[in-house]
Design a protein around this ligand. Structure first.
Ligand SMILES: [Zn+2]
Length: 100
């Protein structure tokens, strides 16, 4: 799947019985610079409150994937900020996302 944009990813601490860290994607944009600015202001917004995300990151994501993504999700296969940091993505999850 082609990543034609960026989103601000919020990772939330585990709450309740499920005990899983969940994430959501917000503020889709096609501009990396805009996404970075939004992430920065989102970070500031949450830093004032008692409830804080574990992480606020910018992730490359396709518009269709962003639209299809469910609100709070625990999948480890969703986009992370790793590619933007120049880190090579996990080989196994790459294969799972792009068969063939
Ligand atoms: Zn997800």
């Amino acid at each position: 799947m082609e990543c034609d944009g960026f989103a601000v990813r919020l990772d939330w601490p585990a709450v309740g019985r499920s005990g899983t860290v969940r994430h959501e994607f917000t503020q889709f944009t096609t501009s990396l610079r805009r996404a970075a600015r939004r992430a920065e202001s989102t970070r500031r917004f949450w830093s004032a409150g008692p409830l804080r995300p574990l992480a606020v990151t910018v992730v490359p994501i396709a518009r269709v994937a962003y639209r299809a993504h469910v609100g709070e999700c625990a999948s480890a296969r969703c986009p992370t900020t790793a590619p933007l940091l120049g880190m090579s993505a996990d080989a196994d999850s790459q294969a799972a996302q792009h068969p063939g």
